[in-house]
Design a protein around this ligand. Structure first.
Ligand code: BGC
Length: 745
């Protein structure tokens, strides 16, 4: 019955869309398929077709921008909730929280009057130095999929479109506007596409953003294979494809493939590729008008689904931003995102009752991060930093003393770190229009900017070196006579930032030196970090306790304090490998990262833990690792192959400590003697199990035939070979607790 109803309402919708398409003039249609403001498409008032209003971004709804200048409008009514970054969300391994965060983002976007929120970013983390890794979830497609689907559903429950990005394989920032990535088909299908496919097919994402980069010679925003064959034909997508801002390069190519809405960073809207240049091509008969109709249809369909047009216009969700209820979910996510990397001698949790004087050392204790990172920046209603969180938790009877410990050169909040604005800024003296694009694409300009950036880094280093001795001394003195010492260091959005990649994987500001000194003075110092991507920890063996927090949103400090003092038992696990040193990474070996024009993803499937597994390289902390204040025991794995080659798995997990906690149990599939080369093992299922002290639970999970499959390039489809597969159940990708064998016929 339901199916029938759905079908007829779809039919009605398509009929209405068709009617509108017929009524629209060519000019009106063109207005709809390109930006008419920096974050909105053109409206057709005559037919009551509104503009599509978009906004960044993934960690909250970005501040309002001017319509025609790449600068914030500067009003005070656009502060919003600051959500945990996707890297934080991913380390919760909690699909329910992913739904909650999607819901909060969606309701805030709608509350701010947006139609499309440019999130979530779900690119595979290929190299730990990628400047935008903090915006992405993981190196593993199974985990990304599991979180992306509920996230998008949560967003769209608010009548706001998710715009899942960046399709596809936007794996680095260096040369991101031009880089051509050579990727073999199997790697594309097994690693870089699955989460996008799930976003489209399972979550029904109303829109998707084409990436800047090229894949195998074509720009993603005008890529026939990617947008027409894979997205539309193979996946049956009927939503809207939106370009990344400035990602369309060629009018004819973009016109003739499934690129529906061209957006850019320039205010010369009439000169966008899908504006006047397209009109000319149509008038000259070089592109059929039907190409425009197809785009308009996809956009109208999205608008219909969003209740921007059509019979349900009056029942559209109105959203709400800064609702106090949202903060609860944000806090819960932050709490579950923190990853306890090391904890010897039960150094953590600290007993608040035994502390009269607490030394907090490190600039990230007091640093606010919301306002940085590029398009993920937001104007947060508030942000509780770790130092504030600790003070709020302990109250006035404990002396909390703070020393920055190391020098962080102040970067005035200009747009230097954001190419979008930089390119505009550099253009002040040029005329608008095509000229701007030339400058943006002008390599000399890029090179100049890059040289300036590197020179600035050297200058900063000298400044840091000069100022640090005094700061070290102050911090070490403070550490000596405190009851407990917490170091809060890490990265910030000068490093985790859109538009550039990190130069290396080292902690900046000479933090390693300080930590080494600190651990000599206080071997019980708790070493904690806020950052968006892995760092080397050469002093790791000396530290007793290490806690990692990604950018975890407005309640970071609250969650941090609760974890430190044991009110929250940490349950986050790494969604990416933390290598011992950058040289251990596959991209370091191949040198195929960060080259401006062309890179080859030579490693194929051997990205992240798949590579570390195969090469038997031990990372500092492996994929899936994360400790708890309690311990868990795994037992009784039972496997049953059912009809249709489904494998039912059961095992029990017991909390063998006293404290309640949550364990993320991970299931990896390891093919035995596969017919083609395959990674040693791959994550295929997981669950987060809550257990009070002493209790145990039976976990049941199902592996589907596709969980055993690989992509056969000859047949151009996934196939599941008959044969033996080992099923590994573990607490991390290294810590395998249970093993079993299944034979698929
Ligand atoms: C980024 C996108 C972002 C867009 C709009 C681009 O530079 O890559 O992620 O949504 O700008 O700000």
């Amino acid at each position: 019955m339901m199916k029938q109803e759905e079908k007829s309402s779809e039919k009605r919708r398509e009929k209405e869309i068709e009617k509108l398409v017929k009524q629209l003039t060519l000019e009106e249609k063109l207005t709809m398929i390109h930006g008419a403001a920096l974050f909105a498409s053109g409206a057709v008032e005559r037919l009551e077709i509104p503009a599509i209003v978009t906004s960044d971004g993934p960690m909250g709804v970005r501040a309002e921008f001017m319509d025609d200048r790449w600068i914030p409008a500067g009003n005070n009514a656009d502060m919003v909730s600051y959500l945990p970054s996707n890297s934080a969300l991913a380390s919760t391994w909690n699909p329910a929280l992913a739904h909650d965060m999607g819901y909060v983002l969606g309701t805030e976007a709608r509350g701010r009057g947006k139609d499309v929120i440019l999130a979530p970013g779900i690119n595979i983390k290929r190299d730990p130095r990628c400047g935008r890794n903090f915006e992405y979830m993981s190196e593993d497609p199974c985990l990304i999929k599991a979180l992306t689907v509920p996230f998008i559903k949560g967003v769209q429950e608010n009548d706001v479109a998710a715009c899942v990005k960046h399709f596809a394989a936007n794996v680095q920032e260096t040369g991101r506007l031009v880089v051509d990535e050579t990727i073999d088909e199997r790697t594309l299908y097994e690693l870089y596409l699955p989460a996008f496919q799930a976003a489209v097919q399972e979550a029904g994402s109303y829109s998707i953003m084409g990436a800047y980069n090229k894949i195998n010679g074509s720009y993603c925003c005008e890529h026939k294979t990617l947008l027409d064959r894979i997205l539309r034909e193979e996946w049956g997508y009927d939503g809207a494809v939106i370009s990344d801002w400035g990602g369309v390069h060629n009018t004819k190519e973009a016109a003739e493939c499934s690129m529906d809405l061209e957006m850019s960073v320039f205010p010369d809207f009439d000169d966008y590729m899908l504006a006047s240049p397209l009109k000319e091509l149509i008038q000259r008969g070089e592109v059929p008008e039907s190409a425009v109709d197809a785009k308009v249809r996809n956009l109208l369909r999205m608008m219909y689904r969003l209740k921007m047009i059509g019979p349900k216009k009056d029942s559209r969700e109105k959203g709400a931003y800064n609702a106090p209820a949202s903060r609860e979910a944000i806090l819960r996510t932050a709490e579950q995102s923190m990853v306890l990397l090391k904890n010897e001698n039960r150094t953590l949790p600290l007993n608040a009752k035994k502390i009269k004087k607490l030394a907090v050392i490190g600039a990230n204790a007091a640093k606010l991060h919301a306002d940085g990172g590029g398009s993920a920046e937001i104007k947060a209603l508030y942000e509780i930093c770790p130092l504030a969180g600790l003070k709020m938790y302990l109250g006035g009877n404990v002396k909390v003393e703070y020393a920055p410990g190391y020098h962080v050169p102040v970067k005035p909040k200009t747009f230097e770190m954001n190419w979008q604005a930089t390119s505009l800024d550099d253009l002040k003296n040029t005329t608008v229009g095509q000229l701007q694009r030339n400058v943006m694409n002008d390599n000399e300009n890029h090179e100049k900017m890059e040289q300036e950036r590197l020179a600035q880094i050297e200058k900063d280093k000298a400044e840091i070196h000069e100022k640090n001795p005094a700061l070290f001394e102050q911090a070490l003195a403070l550490a000596k006579d405190a009851d407990a010492v917490i170091f809060v260091g890490g990265l910030n959005h000068d490093y985790d930032c859109e538009g550039s990649d990190r130069p290396d994987m080292k902690l900046p500001y000479e933090q390693d030196l300080l930590i080494e000194e600190l651990l000599k003075v206080r071997k019980d110092a708790i070493i904690t970090f806020v950052g968006g991507s892995p760092v080397e920890m050469p002093w790791r063996d000396q530290a007793q306790a290490i806690l990692w927090s990604y950018y975890a949103g407005m309640e970071t400090g609250t969650a941090f304090a609760k974890v430190i003092f044991g009110e929250v038992n940490p349950s986050g696990k790494l969604a990416e490998t933390f290598p011992e040193k950058y040289e251990d990474c596959v991209t370091a070996k191949s040198g195929q990262f960060g080259i401006e024009d062309q890179i080859t993803l030579e490693e194929g499937l051997y990205c992240g833990y798949r590579y570390f597994d195969r090469q038997r390289i031990k990372p500092a902390f492996c994929f899936g690792h994360g400790l708890s204040y309690t311990r868990f025991e795994y037992k009784d794995l039972k496997l049953k192959v059912e009809k249709e080659r489904e494998v039912k798995l059961t095992f029990s997990v017991k909390n063998i400590g006293r404290r309640a906690g949550a364990e993320i149990v991970q299931v990896y599939v390891a093919p035995i003697a596969p017919k083609v080369d395959r990674p040693d093992k791959e994550l295929k299922a997981f669950a987060k199990v809550n257990l009070s002290g002493g209790r145990s639970k039976k976990v049941s999970l199902t592996l589907k035939p596709e969980d055993f499959a690989y992509f056969d390039t000859d047949l151009h489809q996934f196939i599941t070979d008959a044969g033996d597969y080992e099923i590994l159940v573990g607490a991390s990708c290294e810590d395998i607790r249970l093993r079993g064998l299944v034979t698929l016929s």
